[in-house]
Design a protein around this ligand. Structure first.
Ligand code: ADP
Length: 248
């Protein structure tokens, strides 16, 4: 099996972090009393309860807890995919809870790389076209985009797959493409939901080593994981139970 990130690995060349500058000492992410619920019968079922937390730039955070605790829900709120919640969320000093869908998208797309559990690759685009999408959100010139895509294909050992569609790849290969896509544009923060769930243990370790290298280069990482060994790469663990933060 090829090494995914040999000594050739370097954080992307694409640059300055996207988005508004952050005041010194200010958190990258600030949640206050975030609640999420769904209608159930005559009442509501709560998925997140009074979640308040700060995440500083450069942290590597693991969100853990039993199935159904609200981990994926919390990650989708942080990634701004879910807008139906109560409370306050500041990202890069901007009040997400007061922004329109369009404003949230403009804030999140250049700044956040997301690795979903179900990959969420675009099925009618090839591997290399999928990798180009995050670069299209940043003002990267076409020639540089092509170079960055070629570099990522090479580092992830998927050059031979570049013209295939996601449906033609195994689950593990799709997960690699998803990680490559989330990291290619040098986002400020990477949100990852079980990023190694479908990989062989050695590939999973390489993904975690990549996250560690990106984190050392300044990228904030927030991962949902069931794995103690993946969590050990982080500097902080947030435990959720039934929607409550129970332990840090
Ligand atoms: P985790 O990632 O920790 O496994 P999730 O965030 O996926 O948990 O889900 C938290 C809870 O929210 C689960 O109990 C799930 O059943 C519930 N849930 C998710 N979507 C809905 C919905 N549309 N209606 C009711 N309950 C939901």
């Amino acid at each position: 099996m090829p090494a995914l990130f040999s000594s050739r690995f370097r954080p992307s060349r694409s640059s300055e972090p996207a988005g508004p500058a952050l005041e010194p000492g200010a958190p990258l992410i600030r949640l206050r009393d975030v609640e999420k619920s769904h209608p159930a019968g005559t009442g509501r079922v709560y998925v997140l309860r009074h979640v308040s937390l700060d995440i500083q730039p450069g942290e590597f955070v693991s969100i853990m807890g039993p199935s159904g605790a609200g981990k994926s829900t919390l990650l989708s709120i942080l990634g701004m995919f879910d807008g139906a919640w109560a409370g306050e969320y500041h990202f890069l000093g901007q009040p997400v809870h007061r922004l329109s869908v369009r404003e949230r998208s403009a804030l999140s797309k250049p700044a956040i790389g997301f690795v979903f559990q179900q990959y969420h690759l675009l099925d009618d685009l090839t591997v290399q076209e999928n990798l180009d999408i995050p670069l299209s959100y940043r003002d990267v010139p076409k020639r540089e985009r092509q170079a960055l895509v070629a570099d990522a294909l090479d580092r992830f050992g998927i050059v031979g797959k570049k013209d295939l569609y996601p449906g033609q790849l195994s689950g593990g290969q799709q997960q690699l493409v998803a990680v490559a896509r989330a990291t290619i544009a040098n986002p400020r923060v990477i949100l990852a939901d079980e990023p190694t769930g479908n990989l062989h243990s050695s590939q999973g370790r390489e993904i975690m080593e990549l996250f560690r290298a990106l984190n050392e280069a300044g990228t904030t990482i927030i991962q949902v994981t069931h794995s103690e060994s993946n969590a050990a790469y982080g500097n902080r663990t947030i435990q959720l139970r039934d929607g409550w933060v129970v332990d840090e």
